[in-house]
Ligand binder design. Sequence first.
Ligand code: G4P
Length: 533
Amino acid sequence: MSLETITNPESLKKQINARRTFAIISHPDAGKTTLTEKLLLYGNAIHLAGSVRARRNQRSATSDWMKMEQERGISITSTVLQFPYKDHVVNLLDTPGHQDFSEDTYRTLTAADCAVMVLDAAKGVEEQTLKLFEVCRRRGIPVFTFINKMDRPAQDPLGLLDEVETVLKMQPVPMNWPIGDGDTFLGVYDRKTEDVHLYDRTAHNQTISPEYITTLDDSRIEAGLSDFQFEELHLNIGLMDELAEYDHEKFLAGEQTAVYFGSALTNFGVQLFLDDFIQMAPPPSAYPSDAGQIEPVSPGFSGFVFKIQANMDPRHRDSVAFLRICSGRFERNVQVKHPKTGKQLKLSRTYTFFADERAVVDEAYAGDIIGLPGNREFSIGDTISSNGNFSFNPIPRFAAEHYGRLINLDVGKQKQFLKGIHQLESEGAMQVLYETEATRRDPILAVVGVLQFEVVQARLENEYNVKTKLEPLPHQLSRWVEGPKEQIDQLPWRYGMMRTEDLDGRLVALFSSPHELSFYSEKYPDIHFLSIQ
Ligand code: G4P
């Protein structure tokens, strides 16, 4: 699109309304990476599935941090993928799905307009999915459900829907129905069109699967299913009218989730899902700020930093701030204001990302994610805008679940140690607490995922030349403590609870279990234990 056409408000609106910005949430192994690849395959962004994963594995280690990623075969850092699809621009925020996920995983969801929840059809709703889902619910964004791995023996579809309803407290609406499961998984029945989509497998599942659009009375269905499965299928489809109907308003409000059955590995149902997704997923929506809601089509360019990744290229001591554009149009060399420092900046080195590759971006719109390298003064949550007179609401902090005392092994380097801790804290790598009344003031790191400990230690060593030791603590949760001072002082601090303060000097209690917290909350009703989120 030429530059002249997008200066008028109608073109701006058109560009923004074409954006679909989302994240995939899942428990490790449910199939997030596979579905991501298949969406890219059907989005024509790659031609052979398997290449993103292969490239990730082949990538040469560029730092210890990256080495750590490779050794564990996981992605610590989120990648942003953008591809055009049928007059839309799809931005997929990749959230790390390993058990050792971090606060970054949660923060990524603050930059998404909706989420796709991938469930393993044999396992249903798993622990990590639930945690990520809660973050989506808090943000009030709509959630699609993709019930994956139907090519393996699966739980009963009705039972899976029931589980979504009871565990997630959201009405599931099946948009399609699986035809068979495991070896007999043939395709899906599309509830809206009443068409049946049958598929063939392809070699190594690498290319788009041939698809046959037919009807329920196609003889291949009866031939491919057992008598029992065939009867069940007809029974379930006959009962479909009794299941919830799709209601777009309820879906957008997060009261309903649109459910798709499929198999990312064999490509069955992926395109049907993608086609519905771009129609039903919301375009970028308004973000709250201290000057009210900022509408995406407001003329001024604005966005917020939701992630900072340092050390992407250690040769340049590189640090990239990822910005979610919330309003207007970004143009390279735009003058912006950074309200926190009051500085005027010219954004000339800006990138978009495809997997591990970057490309210089000349223009981008609300909903897009751009990377701003080399700006050390940015921190998580910072607003950047062309008029510079408002700030987006802060990104919430997420409750830490792991605590550890970090000991500097070289007292001669205390200054670098503290500088590093301060920098990493401001980047949002961890939260920092200090035990009050302790003889030594070693920082206590509070993190969402234990891998963050290793990342902090590796970065302190690489970037600040400070070796450290981490002593894990048995605590699981923390609360701000408020109430009458005499009573607070009388709390049995030494037994179980640990008395600490955060960097703002607020009193924080660490507990070893939720049970301990509820015990003390009941025993001391005048003291408030406030959630740190
Ligand atoms: P994740 O990102 O959510 O952790 O999951 P990922 O896509 O890596 O998938 C985890 C495993 O499940 C992979 O197998 C993958 O091939 C498999 N998988 C994903 N989707 C499907 C599906 O629809 N059907 C079946 N049958 N399997 C699926 P792996 O053996 O761990 O890895 P790989 O050797 O295949 O790479």
